[in-house]
Design a protein around this ligand. Structure first.
Ligand code: HEC
Length: 108
């Protein structure tokens, strides 16, 4: 069910990305949300972090609604990893930037 929802979301995101009629920002935020909630490799952020907007309730890492990290802080943590958090440096830069834009938008 979740997988179906996510793959539908991914298709929607791809459709949005290829549509010039839709603002790039909205598509980027939607893509970031999809990645955060389920499709980010090696492990989705939602497994470990709480973020209400993404229905994420992970407790291994800090609650991002409370932390309200800025873009530089998220980018640095994703590139280098931190403690139990793996590095996301192998991710496409566009995907990484979409997650960063989404987390900043959802928490600030
Ligand atoms: C396997 C669990 C796990 C996953 C998956 C994970 N994190 Fe984390 N994250 C952590 C932990 C644990 C910390 C705190 C590390 C510490 O303080 O030593 C953390 C810290 C952070 C911080 C705070 C960094 C700081 O400066 O304090 C941010 C921002 C963050 N993660 C964002 C993300 C994003 C975005 C993703 C998805 C791309 C993600 N995390 C995926 C476990 C995870």
């Amino acid at each position: 069910m979740l997988k179906t929802t996510l793959s539908v979301l991914s298709s929607v995101t791809l459709a949005l990305l290829s549509s010039t009629a839709i603002a790039a920002d909205a598509a980027q935020l939607e893509q970031g949300k999809t990645l955060f909630a389920g499709s980010a490799q090696p492990i989705a952020c939602a497994v470990c972090h709480t973020l209400k907007d993404a229905d994420a309730a992970g407790t291994i890492g800090p609650d991002l609604d409370e932390l309200k990290p800025d873009a530089d802080r998220i980018r640095k943590t994703m590139m280098e990893g931190m403690g139990a958090m793996p590095s996301f440096s192998a991710m496409d830069e566009a995907d990484r930037e979409a997650i960063i834009a989404y987390v900043v938008d959802a928490t600030n």
